[in-house]
Design a protein around this ligand. Structure first.
Ligand code: NAD
Ligand code: WQD
Length: 342
């Protein structure tokens, strides 16, 4: 019986791009999503790109009975890529229990269902560079200390990693790779799938593309008095397709029993830090659109500078981000234009 991979949150932004990559690399997948932050049309996008209509189950992972039923119905599952989570930092500060219940509750339901399967399982967890907070040294390696979380959302990533680590110690059946994403941006070059933020975007790149499309009058740049070259914050923006490829590399590593430890962590970024003003400049160049922007107050909680040391992922996963910022911004803009019929 060929093994199958469960992709939770597979209709979401990163999950849909990873589903495409998995199918293109020959994996059979089942997508689970409750559509709380995605739309069923994403399935058509995946089909248009790959020619394959993946199995889809609409399911809320907080429902333990439903999760158990899913695993019982799919005895050939051997791996999970777990994207499903709520991810709005600000909302998590206002509604912490919603975040703990969804992000931690879903993870525990999955792990308990895996335990009851009594077979080896490969598990990839969507973690975040947010676990490092403002790191003391740059670029940030996986050895950098975990800082006290700035938000309940960030805390769910830290707790999630701890739960997974403990599970690999108590239960020799589960193997885990936790991927700490830096700032994922862009969309698939086919322009069939991309980022679909609900409501007003909080993240820089969707706000830029929506401003360029005329949805917002101007972009607020949060502070230009930081101790950086041009005074604006620095991040490591990584093309979502590069990110997707890293998941497949991680999965293959686990399936080939190549792990040094049953719990491994990797940073996923480009290794290059770019300031907010640099992102704006590059966007203007690749899109040909002049952006209206205004320097405003700092955004509370923003860290000054974060970019990844990707040496470990480059060596161990034999993976490297191929696309530069311009390439990623170009796809983000093409996707926005398609959404707005521009
Ligand atoms: P997303 O919101 O686009 O995708 C998450 C998907 O999970 C959505 O389709 C949503 O409907 C689904 N979902 C949420 N709760 C669910 C539940 N209880 N049951 C079933 N489905 C559920 O988010 P994304 O940007 O694709 O992020 C994917 C993962 O990566 C998340 O875990 C997120 O925390 C993490 N991450 C994202 C970023 C980023 O900037 N996008 C950065 C670091 C880490
Ligand atoms: C990038 C830069 C802003 C919007 C968030 C989460 C983090 C992680 C990644 C999941 C910052 C500036 C932004 C705007 C701006 N997600 N900015 N005007 O802050 O690195 O992290 O996404 O794990 O947890 O907190 O990303 O895209 O929000 O901001 O000037 O309208 O752009 O101040 O310097 P961030 P971001």
């Amino acid at each position: 019986m060929p093994s199958k991979i469960l992709v939770t949150g597979g209709l979401g932004y990163i999950g849909s791009h990873t589903s495409v990559e998995l199918i293109q690399q020959g994996f059979e997948i089942i997508i689970v999503d409750d559509l709380s932050n995605s739309s069923i049309e994403v399935l058509d996008g995946i089909k248009k790109i790959t020619g394959v209509s993946p199995e889809f189950v609409k399911l809320n992972l907080r429902d333990k009975k439903e999760v158990n039923r899913l695993f019982e119905a799919c005895p050939d599952l051997s791996g999970i890529i777990h994207f499903a989570a709520h991810k709005a930092v600000g909302e998590s500060i206002d509604q912490p229990l919603k975040y703990y219940q969804n992000n931690i509750g879903s993870l525990i339901n999955l792990l308990q269902a895996i335990e009851s399967m009594r077979k080896r399982f490969s598990f990839i967890f969507s973690s975040s560079c947010t676990v490092y907070g403002q790191a003391d040294k740059l670029p940030i390696t996986e050895k950098a200390p975990i800082k006290k979380a700035e938000s309940p959302y960030g805390n769910t990533k830290q707790i999630g990693e701890e739960i997974l680590y403990d599970s690999t110690r108590s239960n020799r059946l589960i193997k885990v790779i936790s991927l700490r994403y830096f700032n994922p941006i862009g969309g698939h070059p086919s322009i069939e799938i991309g980022e679909l933020p609900k409501g007003k975007p909080q993240n820089l790149v969707p706000f830029i593309t929506q401003t360029a499309a005329g949805i917002h009058k101007n972009l607020n740049v949060f502070g230009n008095d930081y101790p950086t070259l041009d005074g604006t914050c620095i991040r490591d923006y990584i093309h979502v397709v590069d990110l997707a490829e890293a998941h497949v590399s991680g999965l293959k590593r686990m399936m080939a029993n190549e792990q040094n430890d049953n719990f491994e962590v990797f940073n996923l970024g480009t290794g290059k830090g770019k300031s907010v003003l640099e992102v704006i400049k590059i966007f203007e160049k690749v899109s040909g659109v002049n952006l209206n922007y205004e320097i405003v107050e700092r955004r509370p909680g923003d860290i000054v500078e974060a970019y990844a040391d990707t040496t470990k992922a480059n060596k161990v996963l034999r993976w490297k981000a191929k696309n530069d910022l311009g390439e990623a911004l170009k796809t983000a803009w093409e996707w926005e234009k398609k959404l707005r019929n521009i």
